[in-house]
Design a protein around this ligand. Structure first.
Ligand code: MN
Length: 256
């Protein structure tokens, strides 16, 4: 009985010592790892929250579409971008995503396509959501004047933008951009490409975009992309687009 009790206390001692080691070791190990991550490898990108509730764009974009589009599609791009970057720990980059997408040549070749597709997916979606708002706003006088100067009048701009979005074959985006000489230009891109990725000669600064992937409208509008595009016009954040225009003209880069 006495011997058994001694054994019991010995076991308890071992248990306590092992528990302390088990608790402290990962903390030490993890601490070293965190430190390592500061100097080697690339930062993790996060899924940006929406600026408004997921039902706020109703009836133009329904809540279920926003939920799937943001929580599933956009989240998947974030995860895959981080996976790709993690797979090349010798590549170190911790700047903003737009600068990385503007200079994809700096990305190691084995992950360049993954960064282009998934990094584009992360950045383009955040830019798209921030181009929209449930609150009505108007283009600033300066931006409205630039629209008139470049496209004749606002109605014509709208027509050209919708036509670019409608005629983008398959998945992609329509963009309103500021060119290097400060003009406004409409273009469209395939997949998750954007005008930041264009060659140096044709690179442009985006100020507004429309996602025309089917996942952005198919639940509510089915195959009727034109109806989605027409509805979208009711929820454009013209205040934000005007700010982006001012920023692009003044600083020659995209507004964060
Ligand atoms: Mn999308």
């Amino acid at each position: 009985m006495f011997v058994q009790r001694i054994k019991f206390y010995r076991n308890i001692q071992y248990y306590v010592i092992l528990s302390i080691v088990a608790a402290v070791a990962p903390a030490l190990y993890g601490g070293q790892n965190n430190k390592k991550n500061e100097t080697v490898g690339t930062m993790e990108y996060v899924l940006e929250d929406l600026e408004y509730p997921k039902n706020a764009l109703e009836p133009y974009i329904d809540e279920e579409t926003v939920r799937l589009h943001h929580d599933k599609h956009q989240a998947a791009y974030v995860a895959k971008l981080n996976d790709a970057l993690k797979s090349q720990p010798s590549f170190s980059y911790s700047g903003p995503l737009d600068a990385l997408l503007s200079d994809l040549d700096m990305v190691p070749e084995p992950i360049r396509t993954a960064v282009r597709n998934n990094g584009g997916g992360v950045w383009n979606h955040a830019f798209y959501w921030r181009s929209l708002s449930p609150s009505k706003s108007e283009p600033s006088p300066v931006f409205a004047k630039a629209i008139d100067k470049n496209f004749g009048n606002f109605e014509n701009f709208k027509k050209l933008m919708l036509s670019s979005a409608l005629n983008q074959f398959g998945s992609g985006y329509a963009w309103l951009c500021v060119t290097r000489d400060g003009a406004l230009k409409i273009c469209s891109t395939q997949n998750q490409d954007n005008p930041l990725m264009f060659d140096a000669d044709s690179k442009m600064i985006p100020i507004f975009c429309i996602d025309v992937w089917e996942h952005s409208y198919y639940l509510k509008y089915r195959n009727l992309r034109a109806d989605y595009l027409e509805a979208l016009w009711n929820i454009v954040n013209w205040g934000r687009v005007s700010e982006r225009y001012d920023y692009a003209v003044a600083k020659k880069r995209v507004m964060p």
